[in-house]
Design a protein. Structure first.
Length: 469
């Protein structure tokens, strides 16, 4: 299955109820344990039979005793992907990075203050530092920020001072510029009442050396970078971005120009890398492999990425090489098919060395569905990013559903409602390109006004994820 084609699935929009029921009933049954078979794979490598117990139930996506294939419910698939990402060895994931490179990472250790903030008494306003009751004689030379400690004041004395400048010893308060006047003898008078300590930021007002400012796991935002710099940091101990290799499969894909002679443009090569980066990944390679089983095997076995993402080839057609490749290398299937439309042929596998592979369908919107279902929770867990709190909105219009499967439908957010969009078939991107979110429509559909779970898209949220660089 490759981008733009419709080899492996049809969306519920394209089916009437009888067809949809028949599709679910007749869903292909795959052997997901990958037992060893004589002469199969490179050198007849033995692949162990699946274990029993909870781990096996997770691996197969269900706890049924029969050997046949059964797709994993959509919420369970996301939970399995998140658990898989949390198994990453924290020692391998921790890095020390300069502040300039830390944006979007999660702290691997608490952020504790290396200094008092402020580290000395400072003026909170432009005006005069004054000592004792007024009126005050004003020194000729003022105090500016960035200079050493000024001479102490004596009672009845004032000095011009800038915001952020170090307050002289024995200062009673700072008189704001707009609250003072100079008489014809050059003496300063206050034009309103002034309290002791007014407009002075005392040393340690924000924190003391050693105070915990943020816990481990906090996302490094621009504000966190500013706080870290103010607290004395040049580098941060953070969880590094998970490395992701993207392998685009399909002989029919063009990288430029108009479709012709049965060839179509690759939509996923441009779409997926920036989306993965927005989720917190470091995309280390994008390779177009065609429908070549050996090329896929070589690419998978030589990759050192934390996560491999493939597009297309997840069904069981003659050029769908993802399952055979996983069997050949002895991978464990954690998820093999998900009860979601579009995108049900997606998969998640654990490689022998503990790394993972997410197989996305080749149809563009189906691939986005797989990205949000499996890759997003996995990458988020690998990057130790906090999980945003879920939310629901009522649908402005009714959305019909698949009899048994969840549907992901592009929507725009208008006020306190979600408006479903057209062009939401598995091969279409027109709807998702205009969308703010995807509505999670339960089996059977959703009525007008029904509260429905929303999945935000990175560019529609005002968080760190909007950064696609």
């Amino acid at each position: 299955m490759t981008a733009g084609g419709v080899r492996d699935e049809r969306d519920a929009d394209d089916l009437d109820v009888d067809e949809a029921l028949a599709l679910v009933k007749d869903q292909p049954r795959h052997d997901r344990s990958y037992p060893a078979r004589a002469g199969h794979g490179s050198g007849g490598d033995h692949v162990p039979a699946p274990a029993s117990g909870p781990e096996a139930a997770e691996r197969h996506g269900h706890a049924d005793s029969h050997a046949g294939h059964k797709a994993t419910p959509w919420p369970d698939a996301r939970a399995i992907a998140a658990r898989a990402g949390r198994r990453r060895d924290p020692r391998d994931a921790t890095v020390s990075v300069p502040l300039a490179d830390a944006l979007g990472l999660s702290l691997a250790a608490p952020l504790t203050a290396l200094t008092d903030l402020p580290s000395f008494d400072t003026s909170a306003m432009d005006g005069w530092a004054v000592a004792g009751p007024g009126p005050w004689d004003v020194r000729e030379t003022g105090v500016l920020a960035g200079h050493g400690e000024p001479a102490p004041l004596v009672d009845g004395e004032a000095v011009r001072i800038a915001t952020g400048a170090r307050v002289p010893a024995d200062t009673t308060a700072v008189l704001r510029s707009e609250h003072g006047r100079i008489d014809d003898k050059g003496r300063l008078h206050a034009t309103r009442e002034m309290g002791t300590g007014q407009d002075i930021r005392p040393r340690g007002q924000e924190c003391r050396t050693g105070d915990q400012l943020l816990p481990a796991g906090a996302l490094v935002t621009p504000a966190v970078l500013g706080l870290a710099a103010a607290a004395g940091y040049d580098t941060l101990t953070a969880v590094r971005r998970p490395r992701v290799d993207l392998f685009v499969l399909g002989d029919e894909l063009l990288t430029e120009g108009l479709p012709h002679d049965g060839l179509i443009r690759d939509a996923l090569g441009p779409l997926l890398p920036p989306w993965l980066r927005a989720l917190g990944a470091d995309v280390t390679a994008v390779r177009r492999l065609g429908d070549d089983a050996e090329a896929l095997h070589t690419a998978v076995t030589t990759s050192d990425a934390d996560l491999i993402v493939t597009t297309g080839g997840t069904a069981s057609g003659p050029v769908d090489h993802v399952h055979p490749t996983l069997r050949r290398i002895g991978a464990e299937l954690l998820v093999d098919g998900v009860k979601v439309r579009p995108g049900h042929p997606m998969l998640l596998a654990r490689l022998k060395d503990g790394r993972h592979l997410v197989g996305l369908p080749g149809n563009p919107l189906a691939a986005v569905s797989g990205l949000l279902t499996l890759a997003q929770p996995l990458v988020r867990a690998l990057a130790a990013h906090p999980v945003p709190e879920g939310y629901t909105l009522p649908l402005r219009d009714a959305v019909h559903g698949h009899p048994y499967d969840t549907r992901l439908v592009p929507v725009v957010l208008r006020g306190d409602q979600a408006v479903p969009l057209h062009y939401n078939g598995p091969a279409m991107l027109r709807g998702i390109a205009a969308a703010d979110a995807l509505a999670v429509v339960p089996p059977g559909g959703a009525q007008q006004g029904q509260e429905t779970e929303m999945l935000d898209l990175p560019w529609a949220t005002a968080g760190i994820g909007v950064c696609f660089t």
